[in-house]
Ligand binder design. Structure first.
Ligand SMILES: [Mg+2]
Length: 100
């Protein structure tokens, strides 16, 4: 089993794609992300697990491209927002939306 940290994945993507990402620009990369989110949504509706897995990978890939374009290291932010905080704090905003 090959394990890769998010920071390592992001670094490899930056080496491979940062020139292309800069050429494409943030608006284009955002469109790609939205397209991939749409594909994930369709895969979830069809309940096809392998398709869902592929599209989750595409969404992460597209998101990391945007992070790299803005020179953002996402791993420490993920840790701060979702590992270091209690569940009640993480779900606070979702609960608000549900009860509105
Ligand atoms: Mg896709």
């Amino acid at each position: 089993v090959v394990v890769m940290e998010i920071s390592e994945f992001q670094r490899l993507m930056r080496n491979k794609l940062s020139d292309k990402d800069r050429q494409m620009g943030s608006a284009f990369l955002m469109n790609v992300l939205m397209e991939e989110v749409g594909e994930l949504s369709r895969a979830i509706r069809k309940k096809t697990r392998t398709r869902v897995a592929e599209e989750i990978a595409d969404v992460i890939f597209s998101t990391i491209s945007i992070a790299n374009l803005f020179d953002i290291q996402i791993e420490p932010i993920l840790k701060r927002k979702y590992i270091d905080r209690p569940l009640s704090e993480i779900s606070q905003r979702w609960t608000d939306v549900t009860w509105r």
